[in-house]
Design a protein around this ligand. Structure first.
Ligand code: ADP
Length: 235
């Protein structure tokens, strides 16, 4: 059974259609790349997947034990966020709150979870550092640890390597691949980086005004659209 199923989905704003008749299904442990030109509707689709936007037609449903609130999200970083005056530990912990209501303390389990998530992302040694003093790559790891939070099932990432130098990009990609392979976390990655898609994806959803492709990476690379966008790169 699939974790996420889109059936004949149409999305848009105030009657203006952005994406039509989109069909996709994501199985537990998949690594899906969502690719497409600027303005093709990737962010709009993400909002719908996160339950922040209702489809004009069709349905997006979760399954295989995934609850909508168990989808972690790493938004595109803005300059304001990069200047956030809090410690690494505070930021990671804030994502580990069990959302059963507000309270002014963290439970023992939540504290432990924050430590575990920092360990997984290799940022334990940064716990007491101020977030805004970190490098871009370190900051993204902190936000990824936060996004992991209490959810261990699915992560939606919006262009997470933007602005990082090539070494930091590779490190972040490898960490994400490890979360996918080792921990079985399903990854939905929005990106322009076709080289990374070829390297890491199990599936590709290529969207434009009409959905152009959904399927395995291997089928994508064999398809006309995949050949065009990847320049015929082999996996
Ligand atoms: P992408 O993430 O692929 O760049 P978007 O999902 O941001 O694409 O945008 C898809 C289309 O929807 C664009 O034409 C954009 O102008 C339009 N759009 C995005 N957000 C809104 C909004 N809040 N209101 C109206 N139109 C929007």
């Amino acid at each position: 059974m699939a974790q996420l199923i889109g059936k004949d989905v149409t999305l848009g704003y105030e009657g203006n259609v952005v994406i039509e008749h989109l069909n996709f299904s994501v199985q537990t442990g998949d690594y899906l790349y969502i690719v497409g030109e600027n303005g093709s509707g990737k962010s709009t689709l993400m909002k719908a997947i996160l339950g922040l936007k209702s489809p004009m037609a069709g349905t997006i449903t979760t399954g295989d034990g995934l609850q909508p609130d168990e989808i972690g999200y790493l938004p595109q970083q803005t300059a304001v966020q990069r200047d956030f005056p809090a410690s690494v530990l505070e930021i990671v912990r804030s994502g580990c709150l069990n959302h059963s209501g507000f309270r002014p303390f963290y439970t023992k389990q939540e504290k432990q979870l924050a430590l575990d998530n920092m360990e997984r992302l290799g940022i334990t040694h940064l716990a007491k550092r101020c977030y805004r003093e970190l490098s871009g790559g370190q900051q993204q790891r902190v936000l990824l640890a936060r996004a992991l939070g209490a959810t261990q099932k699915m992560l939606v990432l919006d262009e997470p390597v933007t602005g990082l130098d090539p070494k930091a990009q590779l490190e972040l990609y490898e960490l994400i691949a490890q979360l996918n392979r080792k921990d079985g976390i399903t990854i939905l990655m929005v990106s322009h980086d076709m080289e990374a898609a070829v390297k890491y994806a199990s599936h590709v959803l290529h969207i434009s005004k009409t959905p152009l492709f959904f399927g395995t990476k291997e089928d994508y690379l064999r398809s006309k659209i995949g050949q065009t966008y990847t320049g015929g790169t082999e996996a």
